[in-house]
Design a protein around this ligand. Sequence first.
Ligand SMILES: [Fe+2]
Length: 298
Amino acid sequence: MKNNNNNNKAFNLKDDYFYQQWREQKLTDYPTNITDLLVNVNMPHKMDKDEKQQILTRVKKANMAIYVSDIKDSDINIPLQTSAQFGLKNINSNWLAQNKGVSSLQVEKNRTNQHYIPYTNKAINWHTDGYYNALDKQIYALNLHCVSPAFKGGKNKLLDHEIAYILLRDENPDYIKALSDKNAMTIPAREKPNGKIARKTITGPVFSVNDDGFLHMRHTIRKKFIHYADDNLTCEAVQFLNHILQDESNKYIFYGKLEAGMGLISHNILHTRDGFEDSENQKRLIYRTRFFDRIDIF
Ligand SMILES: [Fe+2]
């Protein structure tokens, strides 16, 4: 899908003109309340033209939309069909995903998954998905569908990665330069208990512009098992980025809880998850699908 919005020029640091134009357009009428992202739909997996259009309008503006429905079935075809309506078909079927690449995020007690935070009830701090993936296997879209919310907690914070870019570039364009360097961020190799390499070391930029001119971001706020290019500017840029994410007064951060039948349709935006508690009768189950495609917004 080709991008006709001059985004690629907007992200060129050598020419501020297109950036300022794009920035102004982006921030005009930008939603500052999570309710602005909500779209009521009858059936998320069979949206009508108007419902789809309402989702796309929000995705175009904020890289995300949240649908609200009464569909509470635990059927993995729902997230798959929902995503397919937006051109999302090239699914990232990681080794922990169970069915057709759909991950059932819930508290696991017995499977291998229990060692991974998404499958516990613990909080997950700011990140984009798949920042540890090989550079040619980046996640461009992330969808969540809630079958059942936690009894208590489990809210998400969401921040459009293009807003993070704007806040950084406005503070100091050199921060963008540092974070766009191909050696900006390194995720060390992951070793299996037997010493074999499960994933190679991945070094790459935090911000990049893909072939179609769209901005992509890799980030995690964690301090362990990650290192950055060893220079003051990169260090300052990362500090400022993390300040943006932790700033309670940041009006661009959305905070809310997906209830049963609700779902997030988004590009790979920055997000968190609060810790949560299940009860005997109410256990959190979220279907997560991740794609190598972007949402078909044109
Ligand atoms: Fe995530």
